[in-house]
Design a protein around this ligand. Sequence first.
Ligand SMILES: [Ca+2]
Ligand SMILES: [Ca+2]
Ligand SMILES: [Ca+2]
Length: 557
Amino acid sequence: MLRSRASAVPLVSLFAAIVSLALLTAPALATAQSASPAQQLACQALQGLRNLTITSATLRDNDQSDSQYCYVVGVISPAIHFHAQLPLPGNWNGRFLQWGDGGKDGDLDFADHRVAEGYAVANSNMGHDSGTEPGSSFAFNNRQAEIDFGYRAVHLTVMAGKTLVGSYYQQAPEYSYFEGCSTGGREGLMEAQRYPGDFDGIVAGAPAYAYQALNAAGTWHLQRIFRDNLIGNLAVDTNGDGSYDSLNLLEVLNKQVLGSCDANDGIVDGVINDPASCEFDPEQDLADLMCPTSQGTDSCFTGPQIETISDFYTGPRDDNGVQIYPGKLRGSEMRWIGLYVPHEGNNHAPGMLTGPAGDHMNYLFYEEDPGVTIPDISDSQYQARKTGVMPEYSWMEFDVNDYTSGKGDLMMSITDATDPDLSRFLKDRGGKLIVYHGLVDTLIVAESTRDYYNDMVDHTFNGNMGLAKNSARLFMAPGMAHCAGGPGPDTWDKLAPLVDWVENGKAPDSLTATHSSNGVVDNERLLCAVPQQARYTGPAGGENNPSNWTASNFTCQ
Ligand SMILES: [Ca+2]
Ligand SMILES: [Ca+2]
Ligand SMILES: [Ca+2]
């Protein structure tokens, strides 16, 4: 389905043939297929563009392809650095692709595989450099950096990328796409909401669209597990030496949850298709596994540990009971380990703390930043110093009531992509939107994405799901973790179904996803457009036989 353009001049083909021959005869000198001097000049000429600040334009090798491409780097005031990967004119498929970012970004991301497919690709550092300002620190008293991170950098990079495409290929892209996950998913929805003219199609994975809520939730979950000097930690210090060495309780918990709900979807495969309907209740269903005394071991649960587990499933609420963000879905327990649970294996500094949430409240949540990070972010007992020119603020101080009382509203207006009215993108422009989300994602919870999709259907299509599906489809991926990984199928070409939809009018009723172990596919499923789910329709009685776990044995119902 990818078209290639027949615009390569014969001289180039001849040159390429000579280079190919040289590669065959002199493998020791082999590099990627070089471009002609004329092609080098055409690339370098982009440095002379008058309406963009281009700092370099040179041909570059692509590990994913045997052809070089034109690599352009530029800057947009004040601190947005961007790059564009432009296939040689003969390799271009006529399409522009904005490649999404992740986390707090701060660097230039490559999409070599998409360049190899012929896409002209652009990406930015979102307006800050993670090398000099890691984590959220770029946003310390810097509203412009926040706005660039929120929405400005992506849009202007799209503008720059399209300008480069127009100049390099002497024509505008036939189609323009966005592909991204996590922060990239947020960018995709932000573009659909703010700049509906930028793309013909957008694929937004696990979107961090409720950006302040999810970071407030992440901080709250960390607080719950670090509370009272780790009294409810789900990792266990088995010999009392202060190091939480056993993760056995999380395995026990996960087994109990799967025992309750795995088979509800008809297949015992370690994956719960519809975790929202799983009614596992820690207080009731773990009652037989409670420790006889308050002294915990790694084979029984204490009261404070049950409280932690309940909190994880319930999610943060303010003092009035208002839900701020959905709790973790049943079946996701093993994913809590890396992100939230301090243990020996992560040096007692889980990923949510060292990553997104550890310094978010310091720099990216409040209209006025409350203070700098504490010296050791994993020290939950530390009393932040409040005096001096640089007072400190610990994530343990964060009060989720600040979310509902409006203290994060200004930053929400900058970073959040929560507008449910996509009329301009989906109706006026006729754009297409694919959203996907893994159901054991514990960094961003899939239910939050379902909430947005339903909101969007209500606000944009008067609640008519059938009408909405002509323009926007949501795919839930059972057992898939954050953007990738997990016990369920997590791998498919995220972009190809969107391109097929936009250009050929073929709306995807299902996506075929695979799960691999040691490089071998051991599970294949259909992911169905919400509200449908994949049901086993293969050989009778064979549903629990992994050899029947192929897409053809499933039907969307
Ligand atoms: Ca980037
Ligand atoms: Ca199952
Ligand atoms: Ca700030």
